[in-house]
Every structure is written in C-alpha cells, then in structure tokens.
Design a protein around this ligand. Structure first.
Ligand SMILES: Cc1cc2nc3c(=O)[nH]c(=O)nc-3n(C[C@H](O)[C@H](O)[C@H](O)COP(=O)(O)OP(=O)(O)OC[C@H]3O[C@@H](n4cnc5c(N)ncnc54)[C@H](O)[C@@H]3O)c2cc1C
Ligand code: FES
Length: 507
C-alpha cells in the first residue's frame, strides 16, 4: 500500500550525480510528494514540475528539444527555464525549482517563485480595446495570452453561449461518459475573468461587424467599439434535413448545454442511435456505451473515419467499437426519425429512445461575410492570422490559413490548433507580427485508446505502417510523392512528438 503512493524516481533533496542525468533525457525524481523533472541541456540543469498542466501527462515520457519539454499526450510544450506553457493545450505554467550544484552533485529542495514568461517580441502598439467574438478555444486562449504578456487595457469577450469557456473535447469523452467531475469542464473558474480584468459577456450574440467604424453590433442593438477584433466564432453542427430531425429526442453536440441534454436523455434510456460515424459520433457512441445504452451507428461510408485515417485504421476503429458492443449500420443512411424510431434507407427501422446526429460541422461565417471579409470556405487570413480587414484577426475553426507545412491554405477543426491560433493572434493584436507555424495536431479518444495525429493530409498515395494496428501499437505515415504529410499513432507518443518536431524543422 505505502509503496503505491511513493513518488517515482530518486529523492532529489538527497542529491543526485550530474553524470546520472543524460543530456536531453528527462529524469523523473521527486521533492517530498511532488514529482519533479530534471533536465540537462548543454551546461544547464533545470528542475520543473513533472506533470503536464493539461491532463497530468507524464513529461518524463516526453521529448526535450530547444530549451523545452513536450508532453507525450497532446503535445503541450513548456519552457524549461520559466515553466511557461508555450504551446497549448496546456495553459498554465509548470512549477520551477531551484537547482543547486556542488561538485558533481545536483540537489533540488526549493520551489522558486514562478518566473515571468520570456517576452516574445516588442509590443509596438498596445491597442486600447480588444474585442473577442467567441468564448471557445481560440477566444479564451487569446484573452489569456494577452494578459500573460502584460496587456493591461480593455478585453471584452462576447459569447452567445450561456457557459464560460469549457474544455469542449471533454464533452464527447469523459464528461459525457460520466467519468469526469463537473469541475473539469470549465477552462477556468468564474473568478479568473474578474481577477484578470476580462469582461466576459455570456448570452451575448453579436449580429454585425462594422469594419469601417471599428465596432460590433449586438443582437440587442447596442454596439461595442474595438481597436483590434478577434473573430473566433467556431463551427456549428450540421442539422439533419430529414423528417423528424427536429423532434426533442434528436440531439447534436457542441456546447455544454447540448452535452447536459444528452446526459439527461440517456438517463433511463435503453437504446441510442448515433447518426454519422464522425469523430464526435463515435466518441459519443463510446460514452453512451459507458452509460450502458445499446448503441447503433448509422453512416453512409464503408469504414468509419476512412477519409481521415485510411482503410486499415478505419477497420480497426470499427472493430474496436464492435468489441465494446456498438452495432454499425454502414453504407446506409437515415431517412426519417419518428418518436421512437429511426427509419433506414435500406429498409427497416431502429428503435431509439435517443438520437445523436454527428454529421459534421459548418464554420460560423455569417459575421465575417456581413463584414465583407475575404472568404474561401472559411475566413481567409494571412500568415499572421490577420483577415482582409485591418485590425480584424480570425482564429480557430473558421480560419483558413497558409499552412507552411503542406504549402496549402487549410482550415481544420482541431482544439489545439484553435488554442494556438488564439495565442498567436493575441501577440499579433499587440503588433508582434508572428507567423502561425504550428504543425496541426489533434487527438481523439475511443474507450481507452487515444489516437494522435500530426500534420495534415487530405490526400495521400501511400500509408506506411510501422508496428501493428490490431495490437494498438502503431505509427501510420501518410505520404504523397515521397513526402510525409501526416502521422497517426496509437501508443507511440514519442514518435508522434518526433514527427511533429521533424515537420517543424523541415518547414
Ligand atoms: C464534443 C466535441 C469534442 C471535440 N473533441 C475534440 C478532440 O478530441 N480533439 C480535437 O482536436 N478537437 C476536438 N473538437 C473540436 C474542437 O473543440 C474545436 O476545433 C474547437 O473548439 C474550435 O475552437 P473555436 O474557438 O474555433 O470554436 P469554439 O470552441 O466552438 O468557440 C466558438 C465560440 O463562439 C461563440 N459564438 C459563435 N457565434 C457567435 C456570435 N455571433 N456571437 C457571440 N458568440 C458567438 C460560441 O458560442 C462559442 O463560444 C471537439 C469538438 C466538440 C464539439
Ligand atoms: S496531458 Fe499534456 S498536453 Fe494533454
């Protein structure tokens, strides 16, 4: 029993030989009950918190590079010197510890006051008023980054949601499955906004942007002036266009309210039909299985997620869900929904107490369109994420940006990309002019199997598979003309991180 709780690795208060710390290889130890990571880079030795501030990922299993350590789970990146969370999804810094060196012995005893983040450039023009439309991944990350970098003027965040910014990926995973407590869901507690001087206005719908007059108009007719505007309106679920799609037991999932409605509907329900074998559809299927519902998935494709991952991984995902009791109706669609039934195109019907449609999302472009911004299946932005209008930036699911890795203008719907774009727009609203160069990354979770994906491959001519997909230990490299465009992996976290770093360097 006592051993189970003992922190791993050497007790760093007792000292450790410098030669035991290999250059660039994180070493896990502890100070009292706290896990601490020792990292040697060249002549420097750093001691920082060993657990990622996102979901407690084990940084000792991550990768050290260029004065940073990267988390193996969802690729957050921390500055070894300051602990700063340089790249989302982690948003809070790691604790930093004082490293004492005497001769060949390194000792760690004392936690330092949190160092300030390193400046990322010179603020050339701090605007008086920043307005952010959207209280999601990109909007929140931008507001937090503005404050982190010392911006002291006004920040107003306008969101038509009734909840403050939430950890949206959790809404189809642990929270929906019933295994995450309520307090995991908000990105920050209510106090944060007050203490940070962020004027977060919920239930506030922006109806129009006056790009010439530098103001947004709310649905109630009032207007909010800005000097810099960030558009981060995200995406909305595509609604089914079939009879019965508007019945009360038919749900989509985007917001916390949507998620709560599905949880409520699943209470006492026996059977659910998920329409669409999308990421959200399949994650919902897994979560509803955890709630002991019988789950049927209806989708037109031959294999789930084949378009993103290819046939081999598609077959694996199907089998994984089937092993957990999900029943697929592939190469089929729903024609109509009645009170307790979903009618299939192939004939026949499925009983359903609850229906969840996960048939894709559409970027919310209406505001950008009325403002006259350049649009191309998304809001067109330049390398600094600035739109075609001066002083207006766009980030997240709505933004189509010049991706230096694929050489294409791309738009993706990834949590980490939205947050990182929000962070870059914050710096650029302060005049830092930083290009957005992050390699796209997303993860998806099905039962206890995480799938990580770096890069962007809409088409490929070859998938090189290393390891064994069925054994849940694999790396898939998607290549076109011999170039690796993207890498998917299961339980090969280091290789996923190394692929990300290689793509960064190649660009
Ligand atoms: C259930 C679920 C699970 C997901 N899981 C994953 C995952 O595992 N991995 C992954 O990479 N991605 C995942 N995603 C996708 C990810 O959440 C999105 O890519 C990300 O949230 C996009 O961030 P955003 O800031 O662009 O938009 P959002 O986070 O959607 O935020 C947009 C905000 O704008 C507000 N808004 C919109 N229009 C207006 C208006 N006119 N006036 C005022 N406010 C407005 C909305 O209310 C919302 O607050 C998931 C998405 C969902 C829904
Ligand atoms: S746990 Fe580290 S990035 Fe998610």
């Amino acid at each position: 029993m006592a051993d189970e709780k003992k922190p791993a690795g050497p007790d760093l208060t007792k000292g450790i030989s410098l030669s035991a710390i290999a250059d660039g290889e994180p070493l896990l130890g502890h100070v009292g009950d706290e896990p601490v990571l020792l990292v040697r880079q060249g002549g420097d030795v750093f001691a920082i918190g060993a657990e990622c501030t996102h979901y407690h990922g084990p940084l000792a299993e991550g990768v050290v590079t260029d004065g940073t350590v990267r988390c193996p789970w969802h690729h957050a990146c921390f500055d070894l010197r300051t602990g700063e969370a340089l790249h989302a999804p982690a948003l809070s810094p790691l604790a930093c510890w004082k490293v004492e060196q005497r001769g060949d012995t390194i000792t760690v005893r004392e936690k330092l006051e949190q160092p300030k983040p390193r400046p990322r450039g010179t603020v050339s023009a701090a605007p008086d008023r920043v307005v952010i439309v959207g209280g999601g991944a990109a909007g929140f990350a931008a507001a937090a980054m503005l404050r982190r970098h010392g911006y002291q003027n006004s920040i107003t965040m306008l969101s038509n949601d009734d909840a403050p910014p939430v950890d949206r990926p959790n809404l189809s995973k642990d929270y929906l499955a019933g295994s995450a407590p309520e307090d995991w869901v908000p990105l920050r507690g209510d106090d944060f906004y007050k203490e940070s001087g962020i004027d977060l206005r919920l239930n506030t719908e922006v109806g129009k942007i006056d790009a010439k007059g530098n103001a947004v108009t709310l649905k109630d007719g009032s207007s909010v002036p800005y000097d810099r505007l960030l558009l981060a309106t995200g995406a909305e679920p595509v609604r089914l266009q079939i009879p019965g799609a508007d019945l009360p037991h038919v749900h989509t999932l985007r917001s916390l309210a949507d998620c709560r409605a599905i949880i409520k509907a699943s209470d006492g329900a026996k059977r659910a039909v998920v329409i669409g074998a999308s990421f959200i559809g399949l994650e919902v299927a897994a979560s509803l299985r955890a709630r002991k519902l019988e789950v049927h998935v209806v989708a037109p494709e031959k294999r789930p997620l084949e378009r993103v991952f290819g046939p081999q991984m598609g077959d694996f995902i199907r089998k994984l869900h089937e092993e957990h009791g999900v029943i697929f109706h592939l190469e089929d669609t729903s024609e109509a929904i009645a009170n307790k039934q979903v009618k299939l195109k192939s004939g026949g019907a499925l009983d359903a107490d609850l229906v969840v449609a996960g048939v894709g999302v559409r970027p919310r472009l209406a505001l950008a369109e009325t403002a006259g911004l350049a649009i191309d299946r998304g809001v067109l932005v330049d390398a600094t994420l600035q739109t075609s209008a001066p002083n207006i930036f766009a980030a997240g699911d709505i933004a189509r940006w010049p991706d230096p890795h694929s050489g294409e203008n791309i738009r993706v719907e990834h949590w980490v990309v939205a947050e990182r774009q929000g962070q870059i727009t914050a710096l650029n609203m302060l005049g830092l002019g930083q290009p957005f160069t992050a390699v796209p990354f997303f993860w998806s979770q099905h039962y206890d199997i995480p799938i990580n994906y770096v890069g962007h491959a809409e088409k490929w001519d070859d998938i090189a598979i290393e390891g064994d997909i069925a054994s849940k230990d694999c790396v898939l490299r998607y290549r076109r003309n011999g170039k690796t465009l993207a890498v998917a992996s299961i339980f090969r976290d280091k290789e996923s991180l190394e692929a990300e770093i290689a793509m960064e360097r190649a660009a």
